[in-house]
Design a protein around this ligand. Structure first.
Ligand code: G3P
Length: 214
């Protein structure tokens, strides 16, 4: 499973990059807005830190404006992936960008049919929002797994990015289902790493070691 970091916070990205477990980064307009910095500068900085796909989401809503914005964002760095919402205009834009081999991550996906359409439009990544599905009583992991099944069955040249991850069990269950990628908030990455028995065990090792030295 690949792990992406779902943030535009440069300090979080730096810390996560040092762990050596992050394969890419995803952002969205909300995450970018939180940083209160120039959009393109933030994306450029992220690309300098992480050597992997970095998703930058268009803020246009019509297909032609999305395509125009995509070309501008693509010029930032070769690792930039264009995030486009799964709307009618988004599919038109994604199809046009696929013809020009501009990598697209189709986002705000909530059903396997949306993922199927994204793959048919030539998207490189499809992002089902696991947490937001759970929030309304649906099974987000199941839907991410169904999206993965479609891609595997028809051998689409696309990968599933399980997004809107709320806690470590989302990552674990998506990994169990063979989902390609999970994009996780920094907080969840830290939760995945921590275990009280690890901390307690290390403290005991150190206590025993020091007592033997004295
Ligand atoms: O960035 C896309 C997705 O991960 C956002 O998730 O937490 O806003 O539901 P969230």
């Amino acid at each position: 499973m690949k792990l992406f970091l779902d943030t535009a916070d440069i300090e979080e990205i730096r810390q996560a990059a040092d762990l050596g477990v992050i394969d890419g980064v995803t952002t969205n307009p909300t995450l970018i807005a939180k940083e209160k910095k120039d959009f393109k500068s933030v994306i450029r900085k992220i690309c300098e830190i992480i050597d992997g796909p970095v998703s930058a989401e268009v803020t246009s809503t019509t297909s032609q404006e999305m395509v125009d914005e995509a070309y501008t964002l693509s010029k930032i760095h070769e690792n930039v992936v264009i995030k486009i919402p799964l709307t009618k205009d988004g599919l038109v834009a994604a199809s046009k960008l696929a013809e020009k081999e501009v990598p697209v991550n189709m986002t705000l996906i909530f059903s396997p049919n949306q993922a199927l359409l994204a793959c048919k439009a030539g998207a490189r990544y499809v992002s089902p929002f696991v947490g937001r599905l759970d929030d309304i009583g649906h099974d987000g992991v199941l839907i991410a797994s169904q999206c993965q099944d479609i891609i595997n069955t028809y051998d689409f040249d696309a990968e599933v990015i399980a997004a809107s991850i709320r806690h470590p069990m989302h990552v674990f269950h998506c990994a169990q289902e063979g989902v390609d990628i999970a994009t996780v908030p920094f907080k969840v990455l830290m939760q995945m790493m921590k275990h009280p028995l690890t901390d307690n065990g290390l403290e005991q090792f150190m206590r025993d070691w020091k007592s033997a030295q004295s």
